[in-house]
Design a protein around this ligand. Structure first.
Ligand SMILES: *[C@@H]1O[C@H](CO)[C@@H](O)[C@H](O)[C@H]1NC(C)=O
Ligand SMILES: *[C@@H]1O[C@H](CO)[C@@H](O)[C@H](O)[C@H]1NC(C)=O
Ligand SMILES: *[C@@H]1O[C@H](CO)[C@@H](O)[C@H](O)[C@H]1NC(C)=O
Ligand SMILES: *[C@@H]1O[C@H](CO)[C@@H](O)[C@H](O)[C@H]1NC(C)=O
Length: 495
């Protein structure tokens, strides 16, 4: 038994709560968010990043030397978007005006006011990004101590701020490393690509008309409506029984559920080293480490949170991912940039790249060991589609929930949570390399190998003969990106 365990037995429960809350933050660079995990890992894209289980060993093999690493990151936790914020204000208003009483557990709603603002990165989100920069430094230390990443970001404030906080975390790890050989100064340079209408921006796509406003733009919402109608009815009935007069709909139920992650990630108590007395007063809400999740969270059961997670998974899959005929096409521009960086050759792309930016070594340098790009969940879903990260996964069932283990590791919470990160790493391995690329039986000893990790999960790439470590040779990886090299289905965007 650990020293902590002995003390717990001796001193009792109150000591547990305060000891743990003072010693262990909810979020660490290595593992991400680990409080209230039976709930907080089931919030779809509103989950805070957590390290996702990997069937393939995600560590860097002893016999390999990393030669290149690219991170594509989502911004950290944010307030609701402006449109959603307005709908939450309206919902709370309707409850306040309609409800004639508040059932057990619902009392807090009587005095609850929406004060989260809109769109901006929260303090929790900032800290997530600092932690992400630290983690990136540590994983790729051998490169990072000699070279800082080349940084690009989509132009919206929360994304730019996320990039800044990431570089701050990276920088602090660099300064703490006595073996580092470079002494950069903050702020690091970064290329900010505007999100304005009509801009060519591979970190925020907006050009493809048929996808943005045409027939492909409603597939995700329709799929979500189908799944919602399979599970939400009984929840809505219970909520209405507890809020007589409020007369909420299934969509309102989802909005009420949304407020659980948003209220939780808006609270900075998950990162502070001690929790306030008001935190402790509601510590039964299951946050763990003495920190509660928002009271919205305990209005719903764990199985209801799993349904909520799957609802978000369905929405992202059919809205922006492999389930949308034009989803993966939106990720093609970024993948073609990635291929250029991996191979050290100029970008060849006929989709959303900005040829002016990508043709200029100041804004698109080749030959750098580390790259960091900052983007949004929807755009990352397109990139994952273009990479074929979920090739072989059956279309998501719209009427029955599936676990991520049955879906090749896909769930919105596993793929694009707040502060999500895709790592693409290239390495050179000695000792016979990766053990025989999918039946080829051998490989050139110093041929470079590529693999893709999504929130620490090694993706089992299907198209390039990945070995048991998830690695493909650079040549076969590039070959397998034929969809991207052929510009996906970009022609359908304007058909
Ligand atoms: C994130 O970056 C901003 C801007 O530099 C800074 O003010 C803030 O303190 C940073 N957040 C954290 C958690 O370090
Ligand atoms: C491409 O980038 C250049 C340089 O930043 C910019 O002036 C131009 O407006 C961009 N074009 C498009 C279509 O995004
Ligand atoms: C509840 O709302 C529905 C529409 O969402 C409406 O048709 C119905 O009349 C409302 N019931 C009451 C009692 O207000
Ligand atoms: C922007 O993308 C469109 C569509 O592929 C392309 O026609 C145009 O040349 C691009 N503009 C720049 C500056 O790269």
């Amino acid at each position: 038994m650990t020293g902590l365990g002995v003390m717990v037995v001796m001193v009792g429960f109150l000591a547990i709560a305060s000891l743990q809350s003072e010693s262990r933050p909810c979020d660490t660079p290595e593992l991400g968010f680990q409080c209230g995990t039976a709930i907080s890992h089931f919030w779809g894209q509103y989950s805070p990043y957590f390290s996702v289980p990997s069937e393939l060993d995600a560590s860097i093999p002893d016999d390999c030397e990393v030669t290149f690493a690219q991170v594509l990151s989502r911004h950290g936790a944010r307030a609701p978007t402006l449109k959603r914020a307005a709908s939450y204000v309206d919902l709370i208003d309707r409850i306040h005006h309609g409800a004639i009483s508040y059932g057990p557990g619902y009392e807090f709603l009587r005095t609850y006011d929406y004060t989260l603002g809109a769109d901006e990165l929260t303090r929790t989100g900032q800290q997530q990004m600092v932690n992400s920069g630290i983690k990136f430094y540590r994983r790729y230390r051998a490169l990072a101590r000699n070279s800082i990443p080349f940084v690009r970001t989509a132009g919206q404030d929360r994304v730019v701020h996320s990039a800044e906080n990431f570089t701050q975390g990276f920088h602090s790890a660099l300064l703490a490393d006595r073996g580092s050989t470079v002494r950069p100064t903050l702020p690091y340079d970064m290329v900010v690509i505007p999100e304005t209408a009509g801009a060519n921006n591979t970190l925020h796509n907006d050009l493809c008309t048929a996808f943005e406003e045409g027939p492909y733009s409603t597939i995700g919402d329709d799929a979500q409506d189908t799944y919602l109608s399979t599970f939400a009815g009984p929840i809505t009935a219970r909520v209405n029984a507890n809020l007589p007069g409020a007369n909420l709909t299934d969509a309102d139920t989802v909005a009420l559920m949304d407020l659980c992650p948003f209220e939780t990630v808006a609270s900075s108590s998950y990162y502070s080293s001690s929790s306030s007395s008001s935190d402790r007063a509601t510590a039964d809400a299951g946050g763990g480490n003495g920190r509660p999740l928002s009271p919205f969270c305990r209005l719903f059961s764990e199985s209801e949170w799993r349904a909520y997670d799957y609802l978000q998974s369905v929405g992202k899959w059919y809205g922006y991912g492999p389930g949308n005929p034009l989803g993966p096409t939106q990720g093609v521009g970024f993948v073609n940039e990635l291929l250029a960086r991996l191979a050290g050759v100029p970008v060849r792309d006929g989709t959303s790249t900005n040829r002016t930016l990508d043709g200029d070594p100041r804004t698109f340098p080749l030959g750098r060991p580390l790259y960091a790009d900052f983007s949004h969940d929807n755009d990352m879903m397109g990139v994952l589609g273009a990479l074929g990260a979920y090739d072989g996964v059956p279309p998501l069932d719209k009427t029955a929930r599936r676990d991520p283990e049955e879906l090749g590791g896909y769930a919105a919470s596993w793929a694009v949570p707040f502060a999500a990160r895709i790592y693409v790493e290239k390495m050179r391995c000695s000792g016979g390399g990766g053990g025989g690329g999918g039946g080829e039986g051998w490989q050139e000893k110093d041929e470079e190998m590529v693999r893709v990790l999504v929130n620490d999960r090694v993706m089992a790439l299907k198209g390039c003969g990945a070995d048991e470590r998830g690695m493909c040779t650079l040549e076969r990886f590039i070959e397998s990106m034929a969809f991207a090299r052929g510009n996906g289905k970009w022609d359908l965007c304007f058909a």
